[in-house]
Design a protein around this ligand. Structure first.
Ligand code: HEM
Length: 485
């Protein structure tokens, strides 16, 4: 078969891809060498801004299949029939390190899911942890600054990491989670995914419910010890990427079972924990898990840059029947992601194949901007309302309203009867086996003992003491022993 002809970007055949054009043999290069100029100039523009968090990740396509009836709780179209399948794209990630960072590190993992539903794309942008470090979005930039590379040393500093936590007692629950066994997943396949926030579902009758999503891995939970992880990072810094890519190429398709916890909206006000506080879980005995469906990943992207790097997930991409809760963190995220996408990918990022709806079409009056590809057609008006046949609103709200009261101001989130920063951290500690407690204490002490500032150490120790007396005592002993070494 004849070989295909190499062309320039404008499609003209390339005569020579090994030697640039010069003025005579051994002379300087000619400005008229379009192929050379284009090649060098394009190369200079290959990188785009990396994600400010979750920069390092891996993605795959698959589907979600409904296995159980949840129509009593939501009228979301993609959940309305048992057996219904929806195409999905999932991007996993680490959080703190930059694009070239290693996979097998102690860090939460992102679990960002795009459902290409017939009523538009639904993005559920979660983590492998049911809770988070903070509960107000105003703290997020400070938190992330403290966890990423220091502006002077250019590397992650235990001093900064623990200094932030010293001033954020509400992080104690998530710190306990992160320093425990699940803090370093063996691979992206061997961990759960959580929506983490509370979301709102609305049924056909207009009744509202608050829900939390849990994707339980069907591969089983597998984690690495700090020592195992260190060894793996040395051998293959891309261990999670290698694992996911190879499993799917081998036809071993990872899957997760989706469960939800459902709270009738009327119960939210008097629940013992603030149900919109992202540092808290809802114990399963209060709100049991109810199965919804099965998520399967079965296709690797063909091009990592086009499909994974350019993937854009936004927590405010909802579909009818699903909406936000008043969780302040979630509210902050409703702004942050699409704004990041406009900066990182441009205003028309929603037209890129991985981000565009697949089971329906976007049809609106947004126009133009850098790299617009939607042509729409000559008869289409670009304003609304109009007297022609342009798309019109449905008049049907996506989600139910919820009542608000009081005065505007910079309020702390309301505390419910059982709310404090430490109770659930203590509960998590008390659930652990003796071995697990030992590893947790050793992991915390390993980090905290590297902090030279006594005040930072003491403030953190006070948090573990407040969570559980035994927890505090053991961490304190371990930290003191390491600091005296
Ligand atoms: C107020 C708090 C938060 C803010 C302001 C925030 C902001 C951001 C931003 C700007 C990005 C980069 C987006 C991009 O460039 O595409 C990002 C990525 C991400 N965030 Fe957050 N985030 C917050 C909290 C959270 C929480 C609580 C979770 C999980 C429950 C989470 C999960 C993720 C994930 C999974 C990604 C990567 C998405 C992807 O794979 O493209 N974030 N976040």
């Amino acid at each position: 078969m004849p070989k295909r002809v190499l062309t320039t970007e404008s499609g003209a055949p390339v005569a020579d891809n090994q030697n640039s054009a010069t003025a005579g043999v051994g002379g300087p290069i000619l400005l008229q060498d379009q192929h050379l100029l284009e090649k060098l100039a394009r190369f200079n523009r290959e990188r785009i801004p990396e994600r400010v968090v979750h920069a390092r990740g891996s993605g795959a396509y698959g589907h979600f299949e409904v296995t159980d009836d949840v129509t009593g709780f939501t009228h979301a179209d993609f959940l309305n029939t048992i057996g219904k399948r929806t195409e999905v794209f999932l991007r996993f990630s680490t959080v703190a390190d930059n694009l070239g960072g290693a996979d097998a590190v102690r860090d939460p993992r992102g679990f960002a899911l795009k459902f290409y539903t017939e009523e538009g794309n639904y993005d559920l942008v979660g983590n492998n942890t049911p809770v988070f470090f903070i509960k107000d979005p105003l703290k997020f930039p400070d938190f992330i600054h403290s966890q990423k590379r220091d502006p002077f040393t250019g590397k992650q500093e235990p001093e900064n990491v623990w200094d932030f936590w010293a001033h954020a007692p509400e992080a104690t629950h998530q710190v306990t989670w992160l320093m425990g066994d699940r803090g370093i997943p063996a691979s992206y396949r061997h961990m759960n995914g959580y929506g983490s926030h509370t979301y709102q579902w609305t049924n056909e009758q207009g009744e509202a419910f608050f829900v939390k999503y849990h994707f339980k891995t069907n591969q089983g939970i597998r984690s690495l010890s700090a020592e195992q992880a260190q060894e793996i990072v040395g051998k293959d810094a891309n261990s999670h990427q290698t694992d996911l890519l190879q499993a799917i190429e081998r036809g071993v398709h990872p899957s997760w079972t989706l469960y939800v916890q459902i709270m009738p909206a009327a119960e939210a006000a008097d629940y013992r924990f603030n149900p919109f506080d992202l540092t808290k879980v809802w114990p399963h005995k209060d709100y049991p898990l109810q199965r919804v469906g099965r998520l399967v990943l079965d296709r690797n992207p063909d091009n990592v840059f086009a499909e994974v790097e350019q993937a854009a997930f936004s927590p405010n991409n909802f579909v009818p029947g699903i909406g936000p809760s008043p969780d302040k963190m979630l509210q902050g995220r409703l702004f942050a992601y699409a704004d990041a996408h406009r900066y990182r990918l441009g205003v028309n990022h929603t037209q890129l194949p991985v981000n565009a709806p697949k089971a329906t079409e976007a049809d609106n009056y947004g126009r133009d901007g850098l790299m617009a590809t939607n042509a729409y057609g000559r008869a289409r008006k670009n304003y609304e309302p109009n007297s022609f046949d342009g798309p019109v609103e449905t008049g049907r709200p996506l989600a139910a309203p919820y009542a608000v009261a009081g005065y505007t101001g910079t309020h702390e989130a309301p505390a419910h009867t059982k709310d404090d920063d430490f109770f659930q951290a203590g509960e998590l500690y008390r659930l652990m086996s003796e071995d697990e407690k030992g590893r947790l204490v050793a992991n915390i002490a390993g980090g905290l003992s590297q902090v030279s500032n006594d005040d930072i150490v003491e403030k953190n120790l006070a948090h573990f003491h407040a969570a559980d007396a035994d927890y505090g005592k053991r961490v304190e002993e371990a930290v003191r022993a390491l600091r005296e070494d």
